[in-house]
Design a protein around this ligand. Structure first.
Ligand code: NAP
Length: 345
């Protein structure tokens, strides 16, 4: 098992990061109950992985509580990441990346996780209403107080990554160590600008929704409504427009075409679509860790198989070709090339 360092830091993480977004109940829908979550955490640790991700917003805080209890006494041998930004109450200061909100959000996360420090504290999104200098100075205070060890961001654009890096340098405060962006065979737009910005500014990338919410496992078919208890079924039935838009972005004809090719590669290699989709994303340039989201122990084992699978070059090329997105078209007439080549040029 190799443990790469996260970005320009000394923090060693596992290639697989266990995301706890499925732990608990959301909108009255049970996703993964506490006993199954405990078994998932045990099996993940037994397989040698050490990296965990959650957020204060997941399942109304239950995800943090369940994950903290499941890790229990193993706290010091894991790397625990959580996030803040999304609303925690109705008030104007109950959300965002201000000093006012982050200070309360951190204390609440520590309490729910049952720990006195967080290894990686992440900004869930960019806050257009707070100067990045205020956010970085606040996070630096958390690091100096020993409550947080490293800081990261999620869903930032390339210019927001660059702005944050320059602001941290100007202020002489702790800089972001990681970015958590969406990345899979279905959603590849990070390759154009975001992953190169990470590499240039020393952020490791821990990528979310590597199975496109389950679409790449081959379990959704054309013309068949998603099962009500599946991720897509749950998102499509949600009253929140954002949830429905998330499903729309993952379950469409192009995605199903990609899933078909993943299925053909899997059949040729004698493995599963799940393993092939994970194997493809974990080897992409600039990816440090893959944040997986199993809902059962069985799904966990199916997903972890992808970390032991080396895709033959020909298979990787076929998948690359079928999933090439508009963001990868030539820039100013130059071929996109690899991330490293683009960063050096
Ligand atoms: N930073 C952010 O904004 C952000 C956003 C989203 C997620 N995340 C993080 O990333 C993690 C992973 O995201 P994700 O849950 O969307 O990842 P994902 O792996 O793309 O999707 C997980 C879903 O795929 C299905 N699945 C997983 N393993 C499977 C298997 N072996 N066989 C068949 N189906 C399988 C399950 O669907 P069913 O539930 O239908 O069974 C599961 O809920 C989250 O837990 C969270 O920590 C971060």
């Amino acid at each position: 098992m190799d443990y790469p360092t996260l970005g320009r830091s000394g923090l060693k993480v596992s290639r697989a990061c266990l995301g706890a977004m499925n732990f608990g109940t959301s909108g009255g829908v049970a996703s993964c109950d506490e006993s199954e979550a405990g078994r998932i955490v045990d099996a993940f640790l037994e397989a040698g992985h050490t990296f965990f991700d959650t957020a204060d917003a997941y399942t109304g805080g239950r995800s943090e509580e369940i994950l903290g209890r499941a890790i229990g006494r193993r706290r010091d041998s894991v790397v625990l990441a959580t996030k803040a930004f999304l609303p925690q109450g109705p008030g104007p200061n109950d959300r965002g990346l201000s000093r006012a909100h982050l200070t309360r959000a951190l204390e609440a996360s520590l309490r729910r996780l049952g720990t006195d420090y967080i290894d990686l504290y992440q900004c869930h999104q960019w806050d257009h209403g707070t100067p990045i200098e205020e956010t970085l100075a606040t996070l630096d205070g958390f690091v100096r107080a020993g409550k947080v060890r490293y800081i990261g961001c999620s869903n930032f654009t390339a210019s927001q990554i660059v702005e944050s890096a320059w602001a941290a340098e100007r202020l002489g405060v702790t800089a972001f160590t990681s970015l958590q962006p969406q990345y899979s065979l279905v959603v590849r737009d990070v390759e154009a600008e975001i992953l190169p910005a990470c590499e240039r500014h020393g952020l490791g990338a821990m990528v979310w929704s590597p199975l496109a919410g389950g679409v790449l496992t081959g379990r959704y078919a054309r013309g068949v409504a998603p099962a009500a208890d599946s991720r897509m079924g749950r998102l499509m039935a949600s009253p929140a427009p954002m949830a429905r838009a998330w499903a729309d972005g993952l379950l469409h004809e192009r995605a199903l075409g990609i899933a078909d090719e993943v299925g053909r590669v899997a059949a040729e290699l004698g493995t599963t679509s799940t393993a092939v989709a994970i194997a493809w994303v974990r080897r992409r340039p600039g990816v440090t860790s893959v944040v997986i989201g199993p809902r059962t122990v069985e799904q966990l084992h199916g997903t972890l198989a992808g970390f032991a699978l080396d895709l033959p070059a020909e298979a990787a090329e076929r998948l690359d070709e079928v999933s090439r997105s508009a963001a990868l078209t030539p820039v100013n007439g130059m071929p996109p090339g690899s991330i490293r080549e683009r960063v050096r040029s």
